[in-house]
Every structure is written in structure tokens, then in C-alpha cells.
Design a protein around this ligand. Structure first.
Ligand code: ADP
Length: 158
């Protein structure tokens, strides 16, 4: 059974992230959306909030689950059966960063392969950073995040 591990900050989970999940779910036996902690970053949403909101957003997919990755990804993936990493690519900036990370991860674990999926054209401009800006300015989020995420923000940030 191949496990597709899709890691990210997901701060917060956007429609671009959901689109990636929707497209990979039929291609793999099991998909794990892994919420990472990052020592270089502070987050707008707590680990619990990010995990809960992703769980609600992907509830319709039977083979998709949510987990947290609190260690190096190359170590973390060892708990899964036949893991592969999934990364989304919006543009050449993502490509440069993610391709380098893929080589680095394969250096750490020669068996670890990274699969890239290009963003849908509707979401190439969409990032969690942009969504956080919209939240700070009180803008409507309907076109950018799944409903559970928008509902949570409207309740807690407005
Ligand atoms: P961001 O770069 O928006 O802060 P994350 O670190 O949470 O997002 O991203 C997790 C993964 O999802 C990365 O592989 C990233 O390239 C990918 N991703 C982010 N936004 C999109 C999008 N709009 N479409 C496709 N993939 C995306």
C-alpha cells in the first residue's frame, strides 16, 4: 500500500491545498496531509486548529487523513508503508525550492521519492500568506479557503 504524504504549514489550508488533495486521493491507496512545525516560522493558527480545519475540509475523502509532523520529514515518513512525498508547484519559485528539498530529502533517505503536482490554473496565485493578509484586512474569504476554514475565521477573527 503506497502512502502519499502531503506536508505543509497549511496556515491556513486553502482551496489550492484542497485541490491537490482532491486530485491525488484517487491515485494513491492512502493520503496523509501532514501539518509541519517549523522552527523558523510563527503561525497564525495553532497546530490543533490547522489539523481540525483540514480534517473538516477533507472529510469527504475516505482514504485521506490528517497528521502532524514534528520531526524531519525524512524521519517522519518512516512510520508509513511505502511513503512518497507530494509537493504542489505553483510557479518557478516553488519549483526551485521544492526541487532542492526533494534532492536534500533523497540525500537523507535514498529511497524517498518526491512527486510534484502542478497547481490548477485557478489557484496558481493562491497562498496561505495571501490568505493571512486577507484575514488581517477583514476581506471575504469564500473564493480562497474551504467553508470550514472560512467559518472558523469568521467566528474567531472578526
Ligand atoms: P504556502 O506556500 O501557501 O505557505 P504550504 O507550506 O502550506 O503553503 O504548502 C504546502 C504545499 O502545498 C507545498 O508543496 C506548496 O507548494 C503547495 N501549495 C500551496 N499552495 C498551493 C496552491 N495554491 N496550489 C497547489 N499547491 C499549493
Amino acid at each position: 500500500m503506497i502512502t502519499a504524504v502531503y506536508p505543509g504549514s497549511f496556515d491556513p489550508f486553502t482551496l489550492g491545498h484542497l485541490d491537490v488533495v482532491r486530485r491525488i486521493a484517487p491515485l494513491f491507496d492512502r493520503v496523509v496531509v501532514s501539518v509541519v512545525t517549523n522552527i523558523e516560522k510563527t503561525f497564525m493558527f495553532s497546530m490543533d486548529e490547522r489539523m481540525e480545519l483540514i480534517g473538516q475540509s477533507v472529510a469527504e475523502f475516505a482514504n485521506v487523513e490528517v497528521d502532524c509532523a514534528e520531526t524531519l520529514i525524512a524521519e517522519y515518513i518512516k512510520k508509513f508503508e511505502k511513503p512518497v512525498l507530494i509537493k504542489g508547484l505553483r510557479n518557478h519559485v516553488d519549483y526551485e525550492y521544492e526541487a532542492t528539498m526533494a534532492v536534500f530529502n533523497r540525500h537523507l533517505d535514498p529511497a524517498l521519492e518526491t512527486f510534484f503536482i502542478t497547481a490548477d490554473q485557478r489557484y496558481t496565485y493562491l497562498s496561505s500568506t495571501a490568505v493571512r493578509q486577507l484575514i488581517m484586512f477583514g476581506a471575504d474569504l469564500t473564493d480562497y479557503v474551504p467553508n470550514p476554514v472560512a467559518d472558523f475565521i469568521n467566528k474567531n477573527w472578526r
